[in-house]
Design a protein around this ligand. Sequence first.
Ligand SMILES: Nc1ncnc2c1ncn2[C@@H]1O[C@H](COP(=O)(O)OP(=O)(O)OP(=O)(O)O)[C@@H](O)[C@H]1O
Length: 556
Amino acid sequence: MDTTDARIQPPRPGEPTTLGRHRVIGRLGSGGMGVVYLADGPFGKVAVKLVREELADDPDFRRRFQREVQACFRVGGTRTVRLVDFELDADRPWLATEFVDAPNLATHIRTIGRLGEDDQITLATGLAEALLSIHASGLIHRDLKPSNVLWTPHGPKVIDFGIAAAADAAALTVSGQFVGTPGWHSPEQVSGQDATPATDVFAWGAILCFAATGEPPFGSGPAPAVLHRVLLAEPTIDLDALAAPLHGPVTSSLARDPAERPTAVDLLTALVGALPEGEPGLATRQLQTSSALPPTPPWSATVAPAGAGQGPGSAAGTGKSPGSANAGPPPADGDGSGGRGKRGRRSRARIAALAGVASIVAGAAVIAAVVLSLQGGDDDGGSSASSSSDLDAGTFSADAPWRLRIDNRIDSSGDGSSGCTIVVSDVTTGESRTLSGLWGTKTYQVAQTGEFRFDVNNEQCEVQGLRTTGDTGLPFAQESSVGDTEAFHTEGTVQVEVVDFNGGDKCELALHALSDGRMLDFTTASINENQVSLNAGQPDQVYLAEPSCGIRVLSG
Ligand SMILES: Nc1ncnc2c1ncn2[C@@H]1O[C@H](COP(=O)(O)OP(=O)(O)OP(=O)(O)O)[C@@H](O)[C@H]1O
C-alpha cells in the first residue's frame, strides 16, 4: 500500500492556507469539481474539496450543491466517507470529509497491479454495501469510478457520492455536451437520460472488470470512441480473470437496459457466502470497521480564534459555516434575550474588526484567571455551574461530553470593549483554545473530557460548565442566538420550529451527535417554511449546533 506522503503534494503558491477551521497540509489531488487538500483541524485530518472558481460562480451549481451536500449527511454505513464540515456560502464552497489514509483504486491498480480473486470479492461486497447506503438515503452517486473508491486494507470506501449531480447540471448548462469520465458512465448517462440507482450498478460492474483486468469493459482511448462503445458495443468481461462468484452479477450489472440490472440489495444477496475465508460476514464486519473510525473529535463545536477561518493565502470564504464556530450572526444583545438594537449592531462591527486582528486577540491580556469548581454539581442530567465571579481555586473535571456556557455581562455602553475572550485549557495536556469576541450568551458542546481551566479577559464574563448527561425534556424553546441547544434524546427524527429569524429570512440548522460532535443532518428553514425536520438516522443523544435563530424543538 502507498504511504500517505507519496500521495501528498505541497500546496501551490496562492493556494489557501486554511479552509474554515482546517489548516491545509498538502494537496491530495484534483478533478472536475475542484482541488482536494489534506488538512488538519478540530476533527483531526480531513480531506477538503474546494470547488473550482467557474463552478462556484454558477448560481445553479451552488443551489444544487447545497441541496446535495445536505442530503449527504443522511448517508450512513461504513463504506462511505463521512462528511464532517463544509462552508457553502464561501466565495468558493468547500466540504471536508474524514481523511482515509489509502490510495484510490485507480492508483492502486496502476502501481501495484490488478486485484486477486479474494480482493475482488471484498471490493464487490464493499461497493455494494456503499451503494446500498447511498441509495437507501435517496441519493445516486452518478460518478462512481476507480478514483472515487479508496482502497484500504479493510476494503473500499467510496467518496464523492451525490455531489456529482450538481457538477453535471452546471457543466451541461455551459456546454450542452456529455461531461464525465468515459468508461464508467452508463449508456443512459451518455445519451443524456436521467441517472437512477441502476446507473451506479452499471459503474459497479465496470469497476469490477477494471479491478480484475486493469482495463475498463468498454476499453480506453479517445473519449468519443469509448462513448460510442458504451452506447453500442458489448462489454468485454474477462471471465478467466474475474472471480467465479462475480460472473453473473457483473454480467447483469452491465446490461444496457437499466431495468435488467440488479439492485444493490440483489448484489449483496448474490455475494453472501462468497466472502473470502476468514473474512467475517457483513454485519460483523460493519461493527469492526466502525470501531476503527477516527476518535472523538476534540473540542468539537468550539469557536476558532477570530480570523482563523481564512488565512492570508485563502481563496475561499466568508467564514460562515453551519456547524462551524463562525456560523450565524453574533448574538443580538448582551443578555441573550434575543432583542436587537444598538448593542447587537455594535457587536457585529466589533467582531468583524476582530477578525482582522487574530494575533492581537489570541494574545489578549487575561486579567482575571478563573478556575471553576464543579465537583459538587448536580450530575443527574441538569446543569451544574459556577460563575466567574467565584474566584475560588479548583478544577472543572468532565468525564463525559460537556457544555461550556459564556455569558457576557460587560457593560458595553462605552466603546473599547472587545467582548469576552476565554482561554480554555486542558490541565493535563496543556492544550488550549481561545474563544474570542463573544457577546451575549454562547454555549458550546465539548466532546473532550478531562480537567479544564478557564481564563477570561473580564470578570463580567460569566463562565459555566454544564453537565448534560440526560434528557432535558421536550419541547423546549431556545432564545435567539444563544449557541447550541441543550442535549436531548431523539428517536430518529427531530421536528423544529423557527420562532425568530433574527432579522433574516433563513435559518440553518445542524443536528449533531452528543457523543462525538459529528454532524448528523443539516437543513435550512425559511420564513415560508418555518417548521422543518432533521433526521438523526437512529435513536441518539443529539443537540442543534449554533443556530442563528430562535428555535423550538417540537419533538425529538
Ligand atoms: N476523503 C479522502 N481521503 C483520502 N483521499 C481522498 C479523499 N477524498 C479525495 N481523496 C483523494 O483525492 C483525489 C482527488 O479527488 P477528486 O474527487 O477531486 O478526484 P477525481 O475523482 O479524480 O475527480 P472528479 O470526480 O472531481 O472528476 C481522489 O482520487 C483521492 O485519491
